[in-house]
Design a protein around this ligand. Structure first.
Ligand code: ADP
Length: 338
């Protein structure tokens, strides 16, 4: 194997740079050239690339974002685009393409594989952690830390003013960041897409918990962690309802894109480095159409289609203890109300 290529696609995540670095250093170790395509699949279509070597990736390990830039590329879904990308890759004699991204980017890789007969390997890079086959994705740990840091700060001001705060975290379809941040921050409630199916009945239980907790503990801070796009009308609408129904000031805090940024924490750097290095060795070994992930501290090879056709579930034990703590509070509340 003489030349491989790498690109970052879809939502960016801290640790993507660490992964690019590991790929380049490992490839150099095996005397393989690496070309970095820019702007996700757009780079493949426009032949926008740069050769990467040890100097180009110096000091990117600790940087958030991605030096290759990321992007969405809707036109890549067409047959013509995939054919063009295949021709461009062949023109540069690329023997394997490494795609760092989320499940959308892996679908793109699969689409390309129908028109390109060389090797394609995926690396899970997304803060959402919603990819089946790997315990964690690159960027997830940093996003939890970022959310946690913000919730801790919100707690301070919530305490001072005895307010209710609704903190919205990312995770459109999955509650991984929400659950981890809520448990780590000791949030009073957590509202996740996996747990809330009907907002009307959920509202009653949210209100009941706030009101009974306040009867027991008096006016203290109360933090609810909620994932984006979960509530009809968003967190602003929900906070208005809660303010009206509880008579207590409820403020929304939307963390938003801040969760995508920042220097990757050690866990993300290690994961990115391990998976990036392994991906190059898997390419040399002739592997294709797989994602490199990690399960129980071991690197694993996962068939690409399984990464999106199977659904990763929240840790059931973490869900159990979050609701168990809630139940304990309820038991305490019930006793003290008599
Ligand atoms: P993520 O990789 O973070 O899940 P997206 O879902 O936005 O992000 O996907 C990133 C890109 O992957 C898209 O903009 C598109 O270029 C490509 N892609 C996604 N789904 C497909 C598909 N079915 N066919 C071809 N390309 C796709």
């Amino acid at each position: 194997m003489k030349r491989i290529a790498v690109l970052t696609s879809g939502g960016d995540a801290p640790g993507m740079n660490a992964c690019i670095r590991a790929i380049v250093l490992t490839a150099e170790h095996y005397n393989i050239e690496v070309f970095g395509y820019r702007h996700g699949y757009n780079g493949l279509l426009n032949q926008e690339y740069k050769p990467l070597d040890r100097d180009k990736i110096a000091n990117i390990l600790q940087a958030g974002g991605t030096v290759l830039r990321s992007a969405r590329c809707l036109e890549f879904k067409s047959e013509a685009s995939a054919q063009k990308a295949a021709a461009n890759l062949d023109e540069l004699n690329i023997e394997a393409l490494l795609v760092i991204g989320g499940d959308g980017s892996f679908r793109g890789a699969h689409h390309l594989s129908q028109y390109w007969d060389k090797q394609i390997i995926g690396l899970p890079g997304t803060i959402d952690n919603d990819i089946w086959g790997t315990d964690a994705t690159i960027g997830y740990f940093t996003a939890i830390e970022t959310a946690l840091d913000s919730i801790d700060k919100v707690r301070d001001t919530a305490d001072a003013f005895e307010r209710i705060f609704l903190v919205e975290v990312m995770g459109r379809h999955a509650g991984f960041i929400g659950l981890s941040a809520a448990v780590s921050a000791g949030a009073d409630q957590v509202l996740l897409p996996e747990l809330i199916k009907d907002s009307t009945s959920a509202l009653q239980s949210i209100l009941y918990h706030i009101q009974t907790a306040r009867k027991i503990k008096g006016n203290t801070s109360y933090i609810i962690v909620i994932t984006e796009n979960l509530w009809p009308g968003g967190v602003t609408a929900l906070s208005e309802v809660l303010t009206k129904e509880t008579g207590t000031d409820c403020r929304p805090v939307i963390l938003g894109h801040v969760q995508r940024g920042g220097s990757p924490v050690a866990q993300d750097r290690m994961l990115a480095t391990k998976l990036g290095a392994y991906a190059v060795e898997a390419a040399i070994a002739g592997k294709t159409h797989i994602m490199i992930g990690e399960s129980a501290h071991r690197v694993v090879e996962v068939p690409l289609e399984e990464t999106w056709s199977k659904t990763k579930e929240l840790d059931p034990y973490l869900v159990k203890i979050q609701s168990q703590l809630f139940d304990i509070a309820q038991g305490h509340i019930a006793q003290n109300l008599d």
